[in-house]
Design a protein around this ligand. Sequence first.
Ligand code: NAD
Length: 487
Amino acid sequence: MNQANSTTTLNFINGQYCDPISDGWLENINPADGTSLGKIANSTEQDVERAVIAAANAQPQWSESTLEQRSRILSKIGDLIEENLESLAIAESEDSGKPISRARTIEIPRAASNFHFFANAITQFSSESHESVGQNAINFTLRQPLGVVGCISPWNLPLYLFTWKIAPALAAGNCVIAKPSELTPRTAAMLGGLCNLAGLPAGVLNIIQGEGPRAGQALLEHEKIKAISFTGGTATGEHVARVVAPKFKKLSLELGGKNPNIIFADCNYERALETTIHSSFANQGQICLCGSRIFVESSIYEKFKTDLIARTTQLTVSHPANEETAIGAMVSGDHYRKVLSYFDEIDPTDASILCGGKPATVEGYEQGFYIEPTIIEVQNNQCRLNQEEIFGPVVTLMPFDNEEDLITMANDVKYGLSATIWTKDLDRTMRLSKKIECGVVWINTWLMRDLRTPFGGMKNSGVGREGGLEALRFFTEPKNICIAFED
Ligand code: NAD
């Protein structure tokens, strides 16, 4: 079955595409025009059981494969993603509403990099040894695969985040049951066929499609799944933690954000302004790392505000398949309505809309879910617009007078994922970086990623870190072995 051309998105279990056992289906809606892209398997615990059996059968052989064998297969999967870039980018853009240019130039290439990166990383992964000097003993640590692990990913960067979990899990010798978001299922399904072509043994990667509370929940609850790597919303993450904790599974949570984008008067103004457009509106603002709270030093506040509005109103909101589209469609009708509801509920004593704040009409696609890029000036950091993750093309703007106030506001939020700081003052970058409560700080840039670095959040933005060796550590069990020797 070639999932690239199919209107039916199936599960991929034991190296084969298959219908859901319950014959339950969901509809896949194209958010750019409201039409149907076909149907999606809506799996149940029966399908998860089938996948776990396949994974458990494949496990002994995969975990005993040499690092070179794993590395070669993972690298080949990365190559095949590159070779199929165009069809993957089209499916991604149609499922999610993201501009095709973004899928083609950023997200699908990154999915390939995830495999290439972990194909290399596993060959460099080593563990510690400790000589117990004076006790005639040496300790060393084995890093063993966990077994069968579960990976659950969201819709905003579909294949990019799906593979960010799968690649290290496979590299470390685990077999995987992975569930993409039911809103963006097709590139994940296509990955199954590419894994077959790359020679990944049947059962090593199994892809389960369907709704979170149904298919995802079955993954959380299955006794044989030893770890859950989850990326998604904070409320779902809380639920995942509650279900998984009593089962003593290893758990990694990458959750929501409400990130400060801090602009000092001494910054490289043009770069800060240009990058702020991206950090505010890339992927329609549906990136957990978007700088959705913009704080600008008072002395340049009015100028920055005027320039930001001018650039924002020039952004082209259009059908995602158009090359010139800067802002495509929101992922779904539900999410579109959720984002719009924030505009309806604005309290004029708290905030005023500077631009946008309403649906955008794209001629010929009136059933699509488009929203104008929106800037809202807020009076205080406590308002709902500054406290809740809106996850749309919406940013707030606020002046600040000094570092102390700024740090208080930056940290006065339940999230702690990332921060961006624009300044040329090196001392200030260090002072702020140490004090801001978050997992990633970008200085004079945004979303510049080196896959070796630890990635993740503090507070309600998550628990644990992904990326580089952190991911390989998560997907392995350290076992200390102590050998005594005689003089
Ligand atoms: P979501 O929490 O609704 O869904 C995420 C995944 O969890 C989906 O696959 C969904 O089907 C599944 N799910 C839902 N209920 C489940 C349940 N009961 N059991 C098991 N699985 C379940 O999130 P979303 O709306 O798809 O994604 C947007 C959110 O993801 C935003 O909050 C965003 O900030 C966050 N996110 C975080 C990061 C990060 O790295 N920190 C990256 C991307 C997105």
